[in-house]
Structure formats: C-alpha cells, structure tokens
Design a protein. Structure first.
Length: 365
C-alpha cells in the first residue's frame, strides 16, 4: 500500500461520510477512480441507497476507467439485487486494480466480491484505512451482525447531571451552539428517538433545522400504551418527515392509534418487558425496518432502559456550566445498580467546547 493509496482512500471515505443518515438500509460507501495519478471518477451511495458509489464513479470515468484503479470503502457487492453487482461492473468497465478499505460482513457478499474481482484477473488490495472504514460503517455492521441499528444516546445536562428543574423546566439547559450541534447529529443518523414522557413534556419536532437540508431522519417515539397527545408537533408534521410510533400490540386498537395512523404515522408493535417496552425488541424492530443508526434524545427512563440492556454504543454528553441540585430531574432514570462493577462503562473518545458548553463523546468500553 502506497502513500497515494492512503490519500485516495481518505478521499473515498470523506465521500462516504456524506451519505450517513441518508442511504439506509444500505451502507454509506465512497468510490474514487484514478488513472495515471488523475481522478477520473468519484461517487458516494446516493440518497435512498441507490445507485451505489461504484456505479456513479464508473459513469463519471467512462472510457477512462480502462486500466484504472478503483478505491472503494467497502467490499463491492457481488449479489444481484435491484441493481447488478458492483464487482461485476468494475470488471466489465476495465478496472485494473481495486483497493478496498474493509470487507463486507453481509453474508450475501462477505468475500464473494473480492473473489469475483480476483477471478477476473484484477489486482485486489484490502485493509487500506480499515479502522476508519469500519468506524464509518459501525451502524451497518451492527445491523448485519446483531440485527439492530447502532445506538447513540445524547444527554444534555447540568454539571450535576440534571436535565430539568423539579418543576420540569428544561429550556434551555445548554446554549445555542450545543443545540445546533445536536441538529448536526440528527443529520448523521437514520432515525431520532424519544420516549413518551419527553414527547408529552417537550412536544419536540425532532427535525433537522439550520443546515439547509431537505432530507430528514425518521422520527421515533416509544410509548407502550400510545398515550401521546394528538395535537403535537410530530403528528401535525407527519407529511413533512416520517414518524414511527413503537408501542405494545394491545394499543393498536386505541383511539390514539387510529388518530396517529390516519395522520400518516407508522405504528410498530413490540413485546413488553414487564411494565415497559422491551428495549431489545424495540431496536430489533427498527433494524428490521432497515435503520442502521439511531440517535436517542431521551428522556431519563428511556435512557436508563437502553443503558440497562447494554444497547448504547455511543454516549454523547453536552454539559452546561449550571447546577440545579438534587431536587432536579436526573438525566438517567433508575438503573438498579448496587455495586460499581454493575455500572455501564464507557471510554472517553473526545472532549471539545461547544460555545459555553462542553461536548463529551464516549464509546462502549
């Protein structure tokens, strides 16, 4: 692997990242085609998942793909779906060499794409910036390997871990820069999820604002009994961005269910776990629907259930320089922990100031 290979693959990864939150259920892939040290084609997986990155890059390259090297962030597909296999397209267009960042764990591909290329006589190099590529594909890999989307839990709290005063006042704990950063996070995820308590108390909209994008994530509310107001922002804006409500099957015949369905929301029944919806079944259902990356924005009870079930892959905390005290509402509900060894553990990845607040990024230990 040469320095030039690394540079071109980094370019392909930057293209792939532009598809995060926009291409599910497909992975966000980037492709750069280089001939005689000149980029002749490039592309990323298109919004909605098709066309694939290789198809777009090859169309740009045209005849200049003959004898060229293709840099692809994920093993080219080898199965026939709605479009022909990308590995076959690379062969047919005359590509001489393919550099791949990461293999694809999808059983329909999983080494078959590489084998198809090699059998056709192409030179194949793998594992170029593999760690960066696998981090980019964390959501897709989680869905393929575990049947659920990767979950990011976002908490905006005071220094003493409170998200509201005792009376419920919570706007605004953090400042405008942190709130803008949250909109950026929403844009990078397939879905944004809140619990019923947050939906009732805050009447959130959950759309991405201020980034000039027309694409919106799926907005998800978990409510076992579907006790949600029918005059909410979510219900009134279903035609502008999709809304999914996860509930118990017993709630599907309720007047609230009928109102939400008539407005255009999708109802997703899952099994209950005691007095709450099963967090595992909830995420499995979202994975079945094709989501690969979900951002949970609370509230405290939903956050606690996801943490207790060991389903939080990444934790992002916006800490404000304020103190509310013990009477304030905690950012995370009861976890039932009696020993420190039982506490969910995370490793610090990054800390940075965001306006007057601090953003911490933690990963599953």
């Amino acid at each position: 692997m040469t320095d030039a290979d690394t540079i071109h693959m980094r370019h392909a990864l930057s293209l792939a990242a532009r598809g995060l939150g926009r291409v599910w259920p497909n992975p966000a892939v980037g492709c750069v085609i280089v001939n005689d040290d000149r980029i002749v084609g490039r592309g990323r997986t298109a919004d909605g998942g098709r066309p694939h990155a290789e198809t777009i890059a090859l169309a740009q390259a045209g005849d200049q793909a003959i004898g060229a090297t293709a840099y692809v962030t994920l093993e080219p597909c080898s199965h026939i779906g709605q479009t022909p296999p990308c590995a076959e397209a690379l062969v047919n267009c005359g590509i001489r060499r393919v550099v791949i960042a990461s293999e694809d764990p999808d059983p329909r591909v999983c080494g078959r794409g590489i084998a198809l290329l090699e059998e056709a006589g192409l030179s194949v190099s793998t594992d170029c910036l593999v760690s960066e590529a696998q981090e980019l594909q964390r959501g897709f890999f989680t869905r393929i390997n575990h049947g659920r989307p990767a979950l990011t839990l976002k908490l905006a709290m005071t220094l003493d871990g409170r998200i509201a005063t005792a009376s419920g006042e919570s706007k605004w704990i953090t400042g405008p820069d942190a709130r803008r950063a949250v909109h950026g996070l929403r844009a990078l995820h397939d879905g944004v999820m809140v619990g019923a308590g947050t939906a009732r108390a805050d009447d959130p909209d959950l759309r991405v604002r201020g980034f000039g994008t027309t694409h919106q994530p799926v907005r998800i509310v978990t409510s076992r009994h579907l006790r949600l107001p029918t005059d909410s922002q979510l219900l009134s804006s279903v035609s502008d961005a999709p809304v999914w409500v996860v509930c118990d099957a017993g709630a599907l015949a309720s007047p609230e269910a009928i109102a939400w369905e008539r407005a255009g929301a999708s109802l997703i029944p899952v099994a209950s776990n005691g007095s709450h919806l099963s967090p595992q079944e909830t995420l499995n259902a979202l994975g079945d629907k094709g989501l690969t990356r979900v951002l949970c924005e609370g509230g405290g009870m939903l956050a606690a259930s996801l943490l207790a079930a060991d389903l939080v892959d990444e934790l992002i905390v916006f800490a404000a320089g304020k103190l509310i005290g013990a009477e304030g509402q905690p950012g995370v509900g009861p976890l039932g922990i009696s020993a420190l060894a039982q506490a969910p553990a995370f490793e610090l990845v990054d800390v940075q100031p965001v306006g007057a607040d601090v953003m911490q990024r933690w990963r599953r230990a």
